[in-house]
Design a binder for this molecule. Structure first.
Ligand code: ADP
Ligand code: ZN
Length: 437
């Protein structure tokens, strides 16, 4: 395979040089941080009062972690490092897990972000000849504008399609000869369901690639999208606190996401002890941003669970790779005392070809106990009126889930395209149990 690099010098930099660059950039970020009310106080408590107090990358360990709740406490201007008049944009998180958090940008920050995004997009083999339909929410959510700027930087024709409205999406794909898509994986699956319903012929479309991100998905979900839509799917990872998309992305090898280490220092820690995990082990990703002046963030706990690859990538990039993010440490459901991650359920059901493109996990109270129901759509080719076949499928799903999660769930089968689909990130879990306050 011939690989293409947006910035070969940086992407294939020797590790020693990359670490030297990180140190230099970290010192700069410490300088920015000392101008924010939050870090001025926090850093002086650990004896850091100037960038020169950082001598090696290990000095980062002296700094406590920053959490989402710190960001909320600092809302709205506690993390701002420049006068408000010099800020040109803000974005905020989609608020999946509570009050949103806000990030500010100046002109250079936006430029840096666009160039990291261009690096991601170009690294999958896209060129200026591509037509890129960005089917994700624009606005405060970073996925829309982040990809938009990156696509323009590459020189692609970018269609700011936004999320939803599959009929309009198909029309645009046909009218403009779209070759590349970006959407949540759940929307890509939904698109396939709708394509059949709308009678759109795959041959009438020119799509070749799709970027899928913003929510966790399994390898089987990727394969399913690739088979059904006949496109190559690349995993895209980011979070609004770290600009948004553009933090880590798959290269043409489609096996793990390169995290851009000239833009971010990545650590993986055990979420309970906060100690670094052993090489290659899974834990919570902690990130320090090296490419933004306006809102510096040091050792930010992403709550996302992943691990580093230990082997180098065939593409020749030296920036380390992350494994597919399996979920957030706070996604974990405790059902009758047993820990279950929604991703474990997705892994089982999406690997079954009889199962359709959408599912929902429901957790309820049933007397003193918790009850787990897994609702899945069936493949459009399965006859909903053949009860013998449906019961056999139900039993098969139940059995496989039991083996994987050690819980006996209730399984409900639904017709293809009938479970609710959300415009933004998929809502996969409905937990109606009363919360302990
Ligand atoms: P919110 O935290 O409100 O959802 P963001 O839009 O910042 O707001 O979402 C970022 C989060 O989305 C990440 O921290 C991660 O949990 C999830 N995410 C983003 N991309 C991926 C991906 N490729 N795989 C798994 N999870 C992802
Ligand atoms: Zn690679």
């Amino acid at each position: 395979m011939t690989y293409q690099y947006w910035d070969p010098q940086i992407e294939k930099m020797q590790r020693g040089d990359l670490e030297a660059l990180q140190l230099q950039k970290l010192k700069t970020e410490i300088g920015y941080s000392l101008r924010t009310p939050f870090y001025k106080e926090r850093l002086s408590k650990c004896g850091i009062n100037s960038p020169d107090d950082i001598k090696t990358l290990n000095d980062l360990n002296r700094i406590p972690f920053t959490t989402k709740s710190d960001l909320r406490d600092g809302f709205p201007y506690g993390f701002l490092s420049i006068p408000k008049d010099d800020v040109i944009r803000l974005h905020s998180s989609s608020g999946t897990t509570g009050t949103p958090t806000v990030i500010y940008f100046n002109r250079d920050d936006i430029k840096n972000w666009a160039s990291f995004m261009a690096r991601c997009i170009y690294g999958t083999g896209c060129t200026k000849n591509d037509v890129f339909q960005n089917m994700i929410t624009y606005g405060l959510f970073t996925g829309g504008l982040g990809f938009h700027q990156g696509g323009e930087e590459v020189g692609m024709l970018v269609i700011p399609a936004g999320a939803g409205n599959t009929a309009r999406q198909f029309k645009m794909m046909q009218d403009y000869g779209t070759t590349v898509l970006h959407a949540t994986p759940s929307f890509l699956l939904h698109l396939e369901t709708k394509m059949k319903e709308a009678g759109v012929e795959r041959e009438s479309l020119s799509i070749k690639k799709a970027f899928g991100g913003a929510e966790p998905y399994s390898e089987d979900t990727r394969k399913r999208i690739e088979t059904l839509l006949k496109v190559d799917v690349y995993n895209s990872y980011g979070l609004s606190e770290m600009n948004g998309p553009g933090v880590a992305f798959e290269c043409q090898c489609k096996d793990g996401l390169h995290i851009w280490e000239d833009g971010y220092i990545a650590e993986i820690v055990n979420p309970d002890t906060l100690e670094p995990v052993k090489e290659g082990e899974s834990g919570e990703l902690v990130l320090t941003i090296l490419c933004r002046e306006t809102t510096p963030l040091l050792r930010y706990r992403t709550r996302d669970l992943t691990s580093f690859y230990t082997e180098p990538c065939a593409c020749g990039r030296t920036h380390r790779k992350l494994r597919r993010i399996t979920g957030r440490s706070d996604d974990m459901l405790i059902i009758n005392g047993v820990n279950v991650f929604p991703s474990q359920i997705e892994e089982v059901i999406m690997a079954m070809k009889e199962v359709g493109n959408n599912y929902l996990i429901v957790v309820e109270k049933d007397g003193a106990l918790d009850r787990l129901t897994v609702k899945t759509e069936v493949n459009a080719n399965t006859f909903m009126d053949d009860s013998r076949l449906l019961n056999a499928l139900k039993d098969k799903i139940k059995e496989m889930l039991k083996v994987s999660i050690s819980i006996n769930p209730k399984v409900e089968l639904h017709e293809s395209g009938s479970l609710p689909i959300s415009e933004g990130k998929a809502v996969r879990v409905k937990d109606t149990r009363p919360k302990d306050i």
